[in-house]
Design a binder for this molecule. Structure first.
Ligand code: GDP
Length: 300
């Protein structure tokens, strides 16, 4: 239901247009495919992905001898679910035993801090103990903002002063987490993009510190992307995804945007699973990403 509510704008922009097309054209012919292509591209599904999808549809339509447009929707849903599933695991990877460490990366403003707060809440409500690490020592206000979430959710934040070495903060946080035997450590990082190389060096250093202290960690490196930025989110995913050991994606702000199709584009152009989606600003507005649920919420 959360999905359904949150995806209203995307549904209006995308699914309702597909439905209108199906009702109006009735038959599957070249013009039908052309219009469908336009709608999908307009919904930020991305040109490459749309081409592939339409090709797949043509094959299925022939194979199943479909002529009526009204029979196409389930085939389209099926193809989209396949695309979104891929081979990768969409559930968060947790430590087999002991502490799970999850690192969050992404540029400022995408919703990193909010996602950390929401996820802390989710773990807490499952009875897990959680600690937060204030690794964004660069942006003014980032530490305080994480503390606000910590208080709201009722979990502690390990921090140093603004400007401190983020790797040192991680070192402290891991030691505190070990001492307190917490189940999950969620680590914020800086998201400035002005100096990409510096940021990558910083992330590498954080990585090394975490791995030295907990050899199996980080269990996830989640790249947070703002869905409302559409194709921009895709470029960020390409930029970060290749260099910083990203294992999964979080797509935030799906509630406010008609560009939900970007989920499909990102999934098909990068070999990275979407693991979580943000559907609002409140504590509960975070969902694990289930491709079937997602497509069902769109078309259902
Ligand atoms: P950060 O700089 O990446 O840490 O970004 P923040 O966590 O501070 O989020 C930036 C803004 O986006 C804040 O106003 C958040 O409330 C808002 N935000 C984050 N996630 C979501 C979401 O899923 N939906 C909506 N509508 N707003 C969000």
């Amino acid at each position: 239901n959360k999905f359904k509510e949150g995806l209203t704008k995307t549904r209006n922009a995308f699914v309702e247009r597909v439905e209108e097309l199906i009702t109006r054209r009735k038959k599957i012919d070249e013009e039908f495919y052309e219009e469908l292509e336009e709608i999908l591209i307009g919904a930020d599904v991305g040109v490459n992905t749309v081409m592939k999808l339409i090709d797949d549809l043509r094959v299925e339509v022939k194979k199943r001898k479909i002529e009526e447009a009204s029979e196409l929707q389930p085939v389209l849903s099926e193809k989209l679910v396949d695309l979104l599933k891929g081979n990768a695991q969409t559930e968060l990877k947790m430590a087999d035993e002991g502490m799970t460490v999850i690192l969050f990366v992404g540029v400022n403003g995408v919703g990193k801090t909010t996602t950390i707060g929401k996820l802390a809440h989710k773990f807490k409500s499952e009875g897990k103990s959680v600690l937060l690490a204030a690794g964004d020592t660069f942006r003014a206000g980032a530490i305080e903002q994480l503390e606000v979430w910590g208080q709201r959710v009722g979990v502690d934040v390990i921090k140093q002063n603004s400007g401190a070495d983020p790797a040192a903060v991680m070192f402290d946080a891991i030691h505190a987490a070990k001492q307190r035997k917490v189940d999950v450590l969620l680590c914020d990082t800086a998201g400035r993009l002005q100096n990409k190389n510096n940021l990558m060096d910083e992330l590498n250093k954080i990585f090394r510190v975490i791995q030295r202290e907990v050899p199996t960690a980080p269990h996830e490196v989640l790249l947070v992307l703002d869905a409302a930025t559409g194709q921009n989110a895709l470029s960020q995913a390409k930029l970060f995804g290749e260099k910083s050991g990203v294992t999964g994606l979080v797509l935030t702000k799906l509630d406010g945007t008609a560009k939900g199709g970007i989920v499909i584009a990102i999934r098909s152009e990068l070999d990275l699973p979407v693991k979580l989606v943000g559907l609002g600003e409140k504590m509960d507005d975070l969902q694990e990403f289930d491709p079937e649920q997602f497509i069902h919420a769109l078309f259902g």
